[in-house]
Design a protein around this ligand. Structure first.
Ligand SMILES: Nc1nc2c(ncn2[C@@H]2O[C@H](COP(=O)(O)OP(=O)(O)OP(=O)(O)O)[C@@H](O)[C@H]2O)c(=O)[nH]1
Length: 231
C-alpha cells in the first residue's frame, strides 16, 4: 500500500534575522525538500513547527496532521520545504511500515525531545539508527538530521543537560539545537535554517510548476486549524 499523505498547507516567510537575510542572485536555484518532524509525545513538535512557520506560539495544537510548505533562502538557494509534523498518537496507532514509508518520503529530519523528559531523549539513538538504516544504500551522502532539545524555558524541571544533548548529537553525527518554542521564534528559525544548510544540492529536487504566488497563503491557515479543533 502507498503512503497516505496528510493535508497540505502553505505559508509565506521572510527571514528578519540579519544573518539570514541573503538576497538570492538572478541565477538562484529553486529547489524543494521534504522534512519529517519526529519525536515522543508532548515534546513540542507542533509548537516548534508552528513557531517556525508563523513566529507564534499558540499553546495547544490538537492532533491534526499536516504537511506545511514554506519557502526559505539558504546560501543563495531558494528552498521550498515540505514539513510533515506527525502527531505521536498517529505514530502509536500505526505499524512500523508507515513510519518507514514516511522516512523514505523525507530528505531530512528534525528529531525533537523535551529537556524535561529523559525518556523522550533516550529514544533518539534508536530513531537515528532506524532512519539511517532506512536511508542506507540510497546514496553515499550523510542523512541530514538535527536533534532539538525543546522547552529550554523550563530549566527548573530539566532532566537532560545541554552537554548530554550536544554529545549525543556529536556521537550520532547530527546537528544540535536547544530551544524554547514557547519563548522565542529565533531558535525555531535556526533549527530549520541549520537543517536546510545540511541538505546537499544532490538531495534537493528541482521545483516543478508551483510558483511562489501559487503556494503563498497566510498564517491564518495554521490558526484555522486551531479554530476548527476547538469547535
Ligand atoms: N513551557 C513550554 N511548553 C511547551 C514548549 N513547546 C511546547 N510546549 C507545550 O507542550 C505541549 C505539547 O506541545 P505540542 O507541540 O503539541 O507537542 P507534540 O510533540 O506535537 O505532541 P504530540 O501531538 O502528542 O505528538 C503543549 O501544551 C505546548 O504548549 C516550550 O518550549 N516550553
Amino acid at each position: 500500500m502507498g503512503l497516505r499523505l496528510p493535508l497540505r498547507r502553505s505559508t509565506s516567510f521572510t527571514p528578519d534575522h540579519p544573518a539570514l537575510m541573503e538576497v538570492p542572485g538572478p541565477a538562484a536555484l529553486k529547489m524543494e525538500a521534504n522534512v519529517l518532524v519526529m519525536g515522543a509525545d508532548n515534546v513540542g513538535k507542533s509548537a516548534l513547527t508552528v513557531r517556525f512557520l508563523t513566529r507564534r506560539f499558540i499553546g495547544e495544537y490538537g492532533d491534526m496532521e499536516f504537511i506545511y510548505s514554506h519557502n526559505l533562502t539558504v546560501d543563495g538557494r531558494e528552498i521550498l520545504l515540505h514539513i510533515w509534523d506527525v502527531p505521536n498518537s498517529q505514530e502509536q496507532a500505526e505499524d512500523g511500515s508507515s513510519e518507514e514509508k514516511r522516512i523514505q518520503w523525507a530528505d531530512s529530519f528534525v528529531l525533537v525531545y523535551s529537556i524535561c523528559d529523559r525518556a523522550s531523549f533516550n529514544i533518539l539513538p534508536l530513531k537515528v539508527q532506524f532512519i539511517k538504516a532506512a536511508k542506507e544504500g540510497q546514496s553515499q551522502e550523510k542523512v541530514p538530521i538535527v536533534i532539538v532539545g525543546n522547552k529550554r524555558d523550563l530549566h527548573h524541571q530539566r532532566e537532560v543537560s545541554s552537554e548530554e544533548g550536544r554529545l549525543l548529537a556529536l556521537s550520532l553525527d547530527c546537528g544540535f539545537y536547544e530551544v524554547s518554542a514557547a519563548e522565542a521564534y529565533h531558535g525555531a528559525l535556526m533549527v530549520f535554517h541549520g537543517l536546510a544548510k545540511l541538505i546537499p544540492d544532490t538531495k534537493l529536487a528541482l521545483k516543478k510548476g508551483t510558483g511562489i504566488r501559487g503556494i503563498v497563503k497566510t498564517m491564518s491557515a495554521v490558526f484555522a486549524r486551531k479554530r476548527t479543533d476547538s469547535l
